[in-house]
Design a protein around this ligand. Structure first.
Ligand SMILES: Cc1cc2nc3c(=O)[nH]c(=O)nc-3n(C[C@H](O)[C@H](O)[C@H](O)COP(=O)(O)O)c2cc1C
Length: 168
């Protein structure tokens, strides 16, 4: 798949079939994540693969998108490692780049995925359930599975509306 086509056709997928996501597929996604750019190439991200149904179910209790999480066949939790960070803005941006890489790689593999941020409202509780070291900060969950087939149309404002004129 061409990159621009992948960017244009990727959609958030929130409904999944019962087909499992393989560990090798998760590794491909995390590999795509780690090849994201980062400031000073500090690679501040850390990833957790979550596939045990009981743990997925437990995590789902901490977001209003409970149904999306509970229906996922796998989650990738993306963290910033406090020991690797150097500039908060840039480190968070780097994590976002890694997450986008994961979404695009999932799209190429034919998997469905959605970036979940609302769960950060209960970040501390989720970090505690996932038993990560205190210096790890949850950035997002990516919920994954094989997409239930249905039309998913993307919506964006007109290109021109995002472009601001440079000064004379
Ligand atoms: C930072 C961020 C947080 C998001 N959080 C959630 C979320 O908590 N729940 C959800 O269903 N979708 C979430 N999304 C997905 C967006 O709703 C989705 O990307 C947007 O509606 C555009 O749709 P598309 O991805 O299909 O193009 C999030 C996306 C981003 C980038």
């Amino acid at each position: 798949m061409e990159v621009i086509e992948a960017i244009r056709t990727r959609r958030s997928v929130r409904e999944f079939t019962d087909e499992p996501v393989l560990d090798e597929q998760l590794d491909i996604l995390i590999d795509a994540g780690r090849w994201a750019p980062s400031g000073l190439n500090n690679q501040p991200w850390r990833f957790m693969k979550i596939t045990k149904p009981e743990l997925i179910e437990k995590v789902s209790e901490y977001t209003k998108y409970r149904g999306v999480v509970a229906g996922a066949k796998a989650l990738i939790a993306v963290f910033l490692d406090g020991q690797s960070i150097y500039d908060r803005t840039k480190d968070v941006q780097s994590a976002g780049a890694a997450i986008q890489n994961i979404l695009l790689a999932a799209h190429e593999l034919g998997l469905g995925a959605v970036w979940l941020g609302e769960i950060l409202n209960r970040r501390n509780e989720v970090e505690s359930i996932l038993k990560v070291p205190a210096e790890f900060e949850l950035m997002a969950l990516v919920a994954l599975g094989h997409p239930r087939s249905r039309e998913r149309s993307g919506v964006r404002h007109q290109l021109e509306s995002f472009i601001i004129p440079p000064p004379d």
